[in-house]
Write a protein that binds this ligand. Structure first.
Ligand SMILES: Cc1cc2nc3c(=O)[nH]c(=O)nc-3n(C[C@H](O)[C@H](O)[C@H](O)COP(=O)(O)OP(=O)(O)OC[C@H]3O[C@@H](n4cnc5c(N)ncnc54)[C@H](O)[C@@H]3O)c2cc1C
Length: 401
């Protein structure tokens, strides 16, 4: 029934996948999302359903048992899922980034070992760059991996791991100076380690502790954790791609994909907020008519719908650019920045349309209101996006005079 956020030029297969996902969202996610979110409960049945749909393998190549779909298909699925419940898109996102890193940079053995089980959703991924003292400034990472014969010994503390407790495989970015002089720039002295672990909390493997869930304002249900490495021994063949010193670039590439994902989440949450706002505005009466008939409310709806359309168009453009093999950091940065800001604004307008009821936990908009801010922070804050956009613009429009 949605006229907004349509995407031209999709294949029959893409349309079929999206219609299946939308159906799943309407039947299996929307009816339970708010209740589960209020209880901060992991959506086990929903995750099982997504596994059955093959969603965990959406972009994993067919030779590894996945569907081999494009970033665009993935982003449009994420948009649908976030329309149902943003936390569920978070469960898929880090898994997808790790699968992408393996597909792009993994050794043959690493791909053969992990990708088929990741496509099944049997092994699920998390990725870890942030530490207690840093998030934006990735180059300041202090966690360290030091070679000791056939293994690397990892020490340090990581922060804010989405799916830290429920994942089986974590891509962890650490400093590693083997083969690089002590004074090598941070970007050349970082390595991505593939850390296998049991799901759960506490000591999940010798030397590796997941202390517990961080209690968050929103984005509940999905677990976000710390990760403590204390003499964690990782075989040398679990260095992503087999070569140290490339981690920074690998992770930045993964995050670029993640930015399209966050943009897609912003689009999905904003669409849901619009749906809730436009529906409520036609039911609530003041001064003898539905509030939708007051011009001030109609203007709000017009602004909200325009933002939904604009964010969707930019997100689709960023995904298509990456799918075409071109560099998309500018487009991904712009899409992430715009979609997350617009999402926050559309959600706030829908909240205002609900009047006092928007403040009640009985209304879905209350959940969205607590979820939208996460998008302003995750995969790089608005300020970081603007830094990326600004730098790229100066490259593209270099003064020739
Ligand atoms: C729910 C949640 C889930 C997350 N999941 C993950 C995950 O799975 N894996 C992971 O690695 N991380 C994850 N993160 C961490 C997230 O990526 C960081 O929080 C984010 O990058 C911001 O870093 P920070 O919190 O350290 O803020 P800081 O970097 O300390 O920034 C604080 C403020 O200063 C601004 N700022 C910083 N530097 C500059 C600058 N140069 N110029 C102008 N302004 C600047 C920022 O924009 C921000 O407003 C998650 C965070 C949250 C909240």
């Amino acid at each position: 029934m949605s006229r907004l956020a349509q995407t031209a030029g999709l294949t029959d297969i893409q349309r079929e996948i999206l219609s299946t996902v939308r159906d799943f969202v309407d039947k299996e996610i929307l009816p339970v999302a708010t209740e589960l979110e209020h209880r901060d409960e992991y959506p086990t049945a929903i995750v099982e359903g997504l596994r059955e749909l093959g969603l965990f393998g959406l972009m994993i190549p067919e030779e590894y048992g996945g569907l081999g779909e494009s970033l665009l298909t993935y982003a449009l699925c994420v948009e649908e899922i976030a329309r149902g419940w943003m936390s569920v898109s978070g469960i898929v996102n880090t898994h997808f980034i790790v699968a992408y890193l393996l597909k792009r940079y993994g050794t043959r053995e690493q791909k053969d070992t992990f990708l088929p089980r990741m496509a099944e959703g049997e092994v699920r991924g998390a990725f870890s760059m942030s530490e207690p003292a840093l998030g934006s400034d990735v180059s300041a990472i202090t966690s360290k991996g030091v070679r000791d014969g056939d293994v690397y010994v990892l020490n340090g503390q990581k922060m804010w791991l989405t799916n830290g407790g429920t994942s089986h495989l974590v891509a962890v970015l650490c400093r590693s100076e083997e083969g690089h002089p002590q004074d090598a720039p941070a970007h050349r002295s970082m390595t991505t380690f593939l850390v296998e672990k049991e799901p759960g909390f506490g000591e999940v493997r010798p030397g590796l502790t997941i202390p517990g869930k961080i209690d968050k304002m929103g984005y509940k249900g999905v677990d976000t954790t710390e990760l403590v490495m204390d003499g964690l021994r990782i075989p040398a063949d679990r260095v992503l791609g087999g070569t140290t010193g490339r981690g920074f670039y690998q992770m930045m590439d993964g995050v670029e994909i993640g930015r399209v994902n966050v943009a897609a989440r912003g689009c999905g949450v904003a669409q849901r907020a619009f749906e809730l706002g436009v529906s409520y505005a036609q039911q609530r009466h003041t001064f003898g008519k539905p509030i939708a008939q007051h011009q001030a409310i109609q203007f709000k709806l017009a602004e909200m719908a325009t933002k939904v359309e604009a964010a969707h168009a930019m997100m689709v453009n960023a995904a298509r650019k990456k799918d075409s093999g071109e560099r998309n950091d500018l487009e991904a940065g712009m899409a992430k920045y715009l979609a997350s800001e617009y999402c926050k604004e559309v959600v706030e307008d829908a909240f205002r349309i609900h009047g006092g009821y928007g403040f009640s936990k009985e209304y879905e908009i209350e959940r969205l209101y607590r979820e939208a801010p996460m998008l302003l922070i995750g995969e790089g804050t608005a300020e970081i996006q603007k830094m990326i956009i600004g730098r790229r613009l100066l490259e593209e429009y270099r003064f020739q005079g």
